[in-house]
Design a binder for this molecule. Sequence first.
Ligand SMILES: C[S@@+](CC[C@H](N)C(=O)[O-])C[C@H]1O[C@@H](n2cnc3c(N)ncnc32)[C@H](O)[C@@H]1O
Length: 274
Amino acid sequence: MEDDICVRFLQWLLPQLHMRWPGFRKVRKQVCKRIQRRISELELADVDAYRSYLQSHADEWPVLDHLCRVTVSRFYRDKVVLEHVRSEVLPELARIAVDAGDTLLRGWSIGCAMGEEAYSLVLIWDRTVGNDLPQLDIQVVGSDIDEGLLQRAKRACYSYSSVKAVPEDWLNSAFTHQQDEYCLDARLRSKASFIKQDIRQKLPAGPFHIVFCRNMAFTYYEKELQLEVLAHIHNSLVDGGALVIGGHESLPEGFSGFEHWSKQKAIFRKCGPN
Ligand SMILES: C[S@@+](CC[C@H](N)C(=O)[O-])C[C@H]1O[C@@H](n2cnc3c(N)ncnc32)[C@H](O)[C@@H]1O
């Protein structure tokens, strides 16, 4: 499919899925390829025929929703942000948890893909802040809409390209290198659990001390849906809890329940009711 034809189709389609075109600009090639494959599968002539097909087949919309998902992730994504989480955010959250008599610091990775983000948080905790706090353990929930990715998350084995940003000594001590895969050790694996949930419909039981919502809602969703997701996250956080978004993302305007966590633009502190 020609690029300009696909772009026009996406600009028509995405608002109907409550998504925004600018978020897809860079990843459109893979989405266009999937849509072309679907058009061929249905034996339709072209994108116009597919448009008509969509208008008479309501059950095709969830298929398209699936085709528009971007699933790229890796360990230690946005290293500078995670370094800040380690040095500034986790120590403060640990204080909040200990003062409240908690024995668990609870995290949530929304759109967790194959668990790279959830396990990055577990690793950072285990190798740094958590080391000095034997009375406080970490438990991270990863939620995603894609069952196949969640199965891979539970298995916790990755290619080198997924783990290459992990500090070398952690990579050697926390993973077993077998054949072409790096598999996370069972003790660390047990500190994350994974559930199938659509963020637009359901949430895991909180409250959480830290929530990661990166490279999903605040990139691909339209503003109204972003605000809805943000309100859910706000309700799921303890007072003073942290929200981490993608390094290239920003929060939608019109929500006052978060403030920047010092100078770090991708990290926010819950600072009261919305
Ligand atoms: C681009 S990946 C981001 C992964 C990770 N958060 C990161 O930043 O590296 C987006 C993930 O969100 C998931 N996702 C998409 N729509 C979702 C929804 N409505 N509810 C939950 N997860 C969703 C996708 O399956 C995918 O795994």
